[in-house]
Design a protein around this ligand. Structure first.
Ligand SMILES: C[S@@+](CC[C@H](N)C(=O)[O-])C[C@H]1O[C@@H](n2cnc3c(N)ncnc32)[C@H](O)[C@@H]1O
Length: 415
């Protein structure tokens, strides 16, 4: 049996937030039968956000992102330094960034180009003085309007600054002169477009990780009797940059930069990734789209507008599996590709949420797919956590125990 599974079985939660104070809580094991195989489900609170704070660099929002503690648990348990960690559905890049912070090589892929916009600059961040210098060089005009009506989000000077920045970045890209500092500014600005505090460019809006429609924002403004006030875009970008970089010292920066040079960042369909070599990945740690729960392109309409990207075009490329059968077929093709690229004896940790209060058992569908493509299923790890605000983002309901659950199916490729 793998050491990792022994560790899971013997895991005793010390810092217990779910059960009684200082009581040790041992892993509960339940078995589920699949085609004559008995698959263990290991249930415990394996990680909490309290255990070890995530690095500040992770703090950008994205629809349906997972917490850095999730990939960290598997990266630390299943790989060594300099091994290669892959995420085929990278989103904001939580797995790739955590891998790089743990001195692993990262490969990240996502069909939505927004994903790399958010991830790439954080894998090799510039310094605050470089960011400050660049911001001061960018010239803002105060007579520009946007091609779509954004007056419900921004006051007219803020909007003119935003359009100036958008045009600056378009020009740099068109001239092929965009560098790491511009990429960083693009990433932070994308992240600051809308939100609920004075730290964002927009008037108050919710939620922070996607913009509501223009009509909905007009309704929010009416209800709250608010009009957008001026926000200083350069100041807010610098402030957020300082916060993101607060956990990075010289050594971490050097390590990140070295790992960045050996990373591979892709914008492909996860089913077909020819750039990734056969038998090259030590661990895949990922979370796929769950049926058609999140509209990854349309929900990101404002972020895509700022980055001059076409939401309809991106939406056409994103698989929206409406039924369990469509989802099965899509994930089956992803697994064939994962089998090809995984090293002999290496691992896949595939996270699915708790859908429709546990009525749709995506974890069990994933078990069947993995076994079908020839992988060995080591079990399903169920992390039960106290419910937190962010866990409701993608519609997962607080389950009856008042917890938030991650289900991760673990596979190993044979030798
Ligand atoms: C649940 S999110 C991943 C979130 C990620 N774990 C994070 O922490 O940000 C799923 C991602 O899959 C991407 N996606 C959807 N269909 C895809 C496909 N066919 N190939 C690659 N990526 C895809 C979406 O754009 C979305 O970013």
């Amino acid at each position: 049996m793998s050491n990792f599974i022994k560790y899971i079985e013997n895991f005793n939660l010390q810092d217990n937030s779910l059960f009684f104070d200082n009581d040790k809580y041992s892993t509960r094991i339940e078995n589920f039968k699949y085609n004559g195989f008995s698959i263990p489900k290991y249930i415990n609170e394996f990680w909490t956000s309290k255990q070890r704070q995530a690095n500040s660099l992770h703090e950008v929002s994205y629809r349906a992102c997972f917490k850095p503690q999730l990939p960290r648990f598997f990266i630390e348990g299943l790989t060594e330094e300099k091994d290669t960690v892959y995420d085929p559905f990278s989103g904001r890049g939580t797995s790739a960034l955590e891998a790089s912070l743990l001195n692993r090589k990262a490969i990240a892929n996502d069909i939505n180009p927004l994903s790399l916009i958010l991830l790439k600059p954080r894998l090799n961040p510039p310094t605050i003085s470089e960011i400050n210098k660049r911001l001061n060089e960018i010239i803002f005009s105060y007579n520009l309007t946007s091609d779509i009506d954004l007056s419900m989000f921004y006051d007219e000077n803020t909007l003119s600054e935003l359009v100036s920045l958008k045009n600056y970045l378009i020009e740099k890209k068109d001239n092929n002169t965009e560098d790491e500092v511009d990429d960083w500014i693009r990433m932070v600005a994308t992240n600051r477009l809308t939100g609920h505090s004075k730290g964002f460019f927009s008037v108050f809006t919710l939620p922070p990780n996607q913009a509501v429609s223009q009509k909905s924002q007009i309704r929010i403004n009416e209800k709250r009797q608010q009009t957008p006030d001026y926000r200083n875009i350069k100041k807010l970008i610098l402030g957020k940059s300082k916060q993101l970089l607060s956990g990075i010292n010289t050594n971490t920066r050097k390590m990140l930069s070295e790992n960045y040079n050996s990373s591979l960042l892709l914008n492909l369909d996860a089913r077909d990734t020819p750039q990734i070599k056969d038998n090259s990945i030590s661990l895949t740690v990922t979370s796929p789209p769950f049926l058609d729960l999140v509209q990854y392109a349309n929900d990101n309409w404002l972020r895509l507008w700022f980055n001059n990207l076409n939401a309809d075009e991106i939406a056409r490329n994103i698989v929206m599996a409406k039924t369990e059968e469509q989802w099965h077929n899509f994930i089956f093709d992803v697994f064939k590709e994962l089998f090809r690229i995984t090293k002999p004896n290496a691992y896949i940790a595939f996270e699915v949420g708790d859908l429709k209060n546990g009525k749709v058992k995506l974890d069990e569908i994933v078990v069947s797919i993995g076994i079908e493509v020839g992988l060995k299923c080591l079990g399903i790890i169920i992390n039960e956590q106290v419910f937190t605000k962010t866990s409701n983002i993608w519609g997962v309901k607080n389950n009856h125990k008042g917890t938030n659950t991650n289900r991760i199916v673990i596979f190993q490729k044979g030798s």
